[in-house]
Ligand binder design. Structure first.
Ligand code: PBG
Length: 326
């Protein structure tokens, strides 16, 4: 018999030992739950490409939030589906305090003052072009878009947003939004920047959920090229200088290396967005009986923590919290 001094298997010999030496954990408090809303009463429409995820009318969204709070989820990232008739080139509806999004944000904060709301700043759900910025002659105009984003962020802060989430990838938006917020004394409203947001095929189901796909062209002139990682450091450096409170990488699963790079080279908390397509892949395989849903869900979330994510935005949030409760 061999004499082996080092036997790593000793640290795997029982559940108690394994859990004692476990390096990373996913906790419900690390999760942000993205939720979809639509106009109407008493409506919950399942999103075909995202089994188990619904678009809710405001009344039903409040019920959904109540049941998630019960499970320990504290932070939500709401997204609106805007009626086509309300969309225009300048995303004007995004500033309407009586519109679906801002009205519902206020209502959530009124009913759940302790819930943290991270609101989305980008033009696409409200844009007749389906782009994140103003389109002129087929081009996405950066600096004019900043004005719209600043106004949108301000309106969200006024409605009660705790964290502003600019997901648009325009240059200079974090600095501009910070300036507008501070000018109106919203010093304590945070910014979670979508720092390294890639031009990804993984957003398909989300665009189905909101009918927000670009009407023409793609998002490659503002979202990052999936082939690049060093470029993420440029974005991280700028977002940090411009006053971001959190840096985000999106998508997450195919970009774990980028999460790790930002974690190793920056000091702000890092968020990972486990996007719609990543959720859809797991659900599709699980529904076919090809993968075990609960195991894969945990393994996927754990991989993001292991890569260095402090926070995970995930459509699995509620399911994960339910699993932890059992
Ligand atoms: C748009 C936005 C997108 C997502 C969040 N905010 C889609 C896009 O950029 O087209 C995607 C989220 C997901 O796929 O889960 N500003």
């Amino acid at each position: 018999m061999n004499h082996l001094t080092r036997r790593p298997r000793r640290n795997r010999k029982s559940e108690a030992i394994r859990s004692m030496v476990q390096e990373n954990q996913v906790a419900v408090q690390d999760l942000i739950f993205p939720v979809f809303m639509m106009e109407g009463d008493n409506l919950a429409v399942e999103i075909t490409s995202m089994p188990g995820i619904y678009r809710y009318s405001p009344d039903r969204l409040l019920e959904e939030i109540a049941s998630c709070v019960e499970l320990g989820i504290k932070t939500f990232a709401p997204f609106p589906q805007i009626e086509e008739a309300k969309k225009d080139r300048f995303a004007s509806e995004s500033k309407n305090p009586e519109g679906l999004y801002l009205r519902t944000i206020s209502e959530i904060k009124l009913n759940f003052p302790d819930v943290v709301l991270m609101t989305d700043v980008a033009m696409d759900p409200y844009s007749s072009d389906g782009h994140d910025g103003i389109v002129d002659n087929g081009e996405i105009i950066n600096d004019a878009t900043l004005e719209v984003l600043g106004q949108m962020a301000l309106a969200q802060a006024q409605a009660g947003a705790d964290i502003i989430g600019p997901s648009d990838m325009m240059d200079g938006r974090v600095a501009h939004i910070r300036q507008v917020l501070d000018k109106h004394a919203f010093y304590n409203v945070s910014i979670m920047s979508y720092t390294a947001k890639y031009a990804s095929g993984f957003y398909g189901p989300f665009r189905d959920a909101l009918d927000s796909a670009p009407k023409h062209g793609d998002k490659k002139t503002y979202q990052m090229n999936p082939a690049n990682s060093r470029e993420a450091l440029i974005e991280a450096e700028l977002d940090t200088q411009e006053g971001a409170d959190f840096l985000m990488v999106k998508p997450a699963l195919s970009y774990l290396d980028v999460i790790k790079t930002l974690k190793d080279n920056t000091n702000l908390p890092i968020a990972a967005y486990n996007v719609s397509g990543e959720y859809a892949m797991v659900k599709a395989a699980a529904q076919n009986g090809w993968l075990d849903n609960d195991r894969i869900m945990q393994e996927v979330l754990l991989s993001m923590k292991r890569a260095g994510a402090d926070i995970i935005l995930t459509y699995f949030a509620k399911e994960f919290a339910q699993l932890m409760k059992r």
